[in-house]
Design a protein around this ligand. Structure first.
Ligand code: HEC
Ligand code: HEC
Length: 403
């Protein structure tokens, strides 16, 4: 292959060119060292590829789904609740490109960035791949170090992409087939009936998992209603500042801090040195205060809408982790609209009384006109509600005689 052709093949790996590269690599290497390499990730600067496979983010080998070369798995200290779905998140950036660190806001990502989030459930022991009954758990079943998934232990539902193009971020929902061999672009979303089965007690609950349609992505990711553009929500210093089990070149587990890992890969620049980086609590960590856990929960589950610029700004309720004005957080706050959405409760938060607070009323509701978040769940997050109830129950004071 002439030099020029080689360079083009690297820059624009078409299947044939890639095969040629692979053969060449094998010819150059000793036969024993010649192993299949994953195809490089493909950034599509335009259009909406019909299948997830066209992005080459994942490799399927020996029944395991593995992030491809340069595709870095990550986790959040506290995630968004989505009907108990488990989530595998990954980030990829083109060679030589890097994101810019920020203490508070979402990092500024370069054109070419692809962020993915795969929603899956652990399977029940003995249930076939296409069973609607899945495990309701908050553990790590089916996941291996390095962001890998054991396909015979999980039911894949959907993979969502946020792709940074010249013109801004574009959101793409891909839905997996029952054989778990392909995920197809579903711009109009999909409803997936599920039965969530609790391990041990065996308690069963019906859920109608909703893959959002493409417009609904903006309902949460349009975090700045003035600019009307999409933004990632999770990749902020406080959410990413935690450890992750990576997989080293030899397959061994390498435990490391996510922010430092991104920096060492060249995926992050401008990060201050030292230990004082922002970090939000893990909502399940009982070693943390209820206050810290509740505020982390509200930050990731609510604040993308409930902020001065977000789609929930008309409510006047700001739920971000840096808000310190009690009234803004709902304490003794009268709702903007009375009646239906309040359950005839008077204030957002009545200190000491979760059963009289609108905040919990709306988290417990499944009525589409009442429930919070408005999108993204069909069942109640019992453990999340219990945390917010405990937080409100511990608050001192009153809202005056009518409180
Ligand atoms: C109910 C609100 C909501 C809707 C609707 C929603 N998202 Fe998100 N999304 C979030 C939140 C909150 C996070 C960060 C928390 C997490 O990942 O657990 C997130 C994370 C992501 C991520 C990982 C990067 C990031 O922003 O943190 C991707 C990719 C993504 N969403 C894509 C989509 C796509 C595509 C759609 C539409 C099909 C969509 N989302 C619809 C709230 C939503
Ligand atoms: C997808 C955007 C979105 C998300 C996510 C969201 N909200 Fe809301 N919320 C709204 C909008 C819009 C309103 C105003 C209209 C209404 O009252 O329904 C609102 C209103 C409310 C109100 C009434 C506020 C008042 O004083 O009138 C409460 C309480 C509330 N939300 C709590 C929550 C909580 C708690 C969460 C997270 C667990 C949450 N919301 C997540 C969009 C959202």
């Amino acid at each position: 292959m002439a030099d020029a052709a080689w360079i083009r093949a690297v820059a624009k790996p078409a299947p044939v060119a890639w095969l040629r590269m692979l053969l060449l690599a094998c010819a150059l290497a000793a036969a024993a060292a010649c192993r299949p390499v994953s195809e490089p990730v493909r950034f599509h600067a335009e259009g909406q590829p019909a299948t997830l496979a066209e992005w080459n983010l994942f490799v399927f080998e020996d029944g395991v789904m593995t992030p491809g070369a340069g595709v870095v798995p990550y986790d959040l200290n506290t995630p968004l609740f989505s009907d108990y779905a488990h989530k595998l998140r990954t980030v990829w950036m083109p060679d030589g490109k890097t994101a810019r660190y920020d203490d508070e806001a979402t990092f500024e990502f370069p054109v070419g960035t692809i962020i993915s989030k795969t929603f899956y459930y652990p399977r029940l022991a003995g249930e076939p791949a296409d069973s609607d009954a899945v495990l309701r758990s908050q553990g790590g079943e089916g996941a291996l170090p390095g962001g890998r998934l054991e396909l015979d232990k999980v039911r894949l539902i959907e993979t969502r992409l946020l792709v940074r193009r010249e013109s801004g971020w574009i959101a793409l929902p891909y839905v997996w087939n029952r054989e778990q061999t392909q995920a197809q672009l579903m711009r109009s979303g999909e409803l997936v009936p599920l039965t969530l089965v609790e391990a041990g007690a065996g308690d069963r609950e019906q859920a109608t998992y909703q893959v959002p349609d493409q417009n609904q992505c903006a309902g949460c990711h349009g975090t700045d209603i003035r600019s009307k553009t999409l933004q990632p929500i999770g990749p902020k210093a406080r959410h990413l500042n935690r450890d992750f089990d990576y997989r080293g070149a030899d397959g061994a587990v390498v435990h490391g801090n996510q922010l430092q890992h991104w920096q060492s890969l060249g995926y992050l620049q401008g990060m201050p040195a030292g230990d004082g980086l922002p970090r939000i609590a893990d909502w399940r960590d009982e070693g943390e205060s209820v206050e810290a856990r509740a505020r982390a929960y509200l930050d990731i589950n609510c604040a993308h809408c409930h902020s001065p610029d977000g789609p929930g700004n008309t409510s006047g309720l700001w739920l971000g982790s840096s808000v310190d004005e009690p009234l803004r957080l709902g304490r003794c706050k009268l709702p903007i609209a009375a009646g239906h959405g309040t359950g005839n409760r008077r204030y957002g938060i009545v200190p000491g009384h979760p059963e009289r607070s609108i905040l919990t009323y709306r988290m417990i509701s499944k009525d589409p006109g009442v429930m919070m978040p408005e999108l993204g769940r069909s069942v109640v997050h019992r453990e999340g509600v219990a945390l917010i109830e405990a937080w409100i129950a511990a608050q001192q004071g009153t809202c005056g005689e009518a409180g």
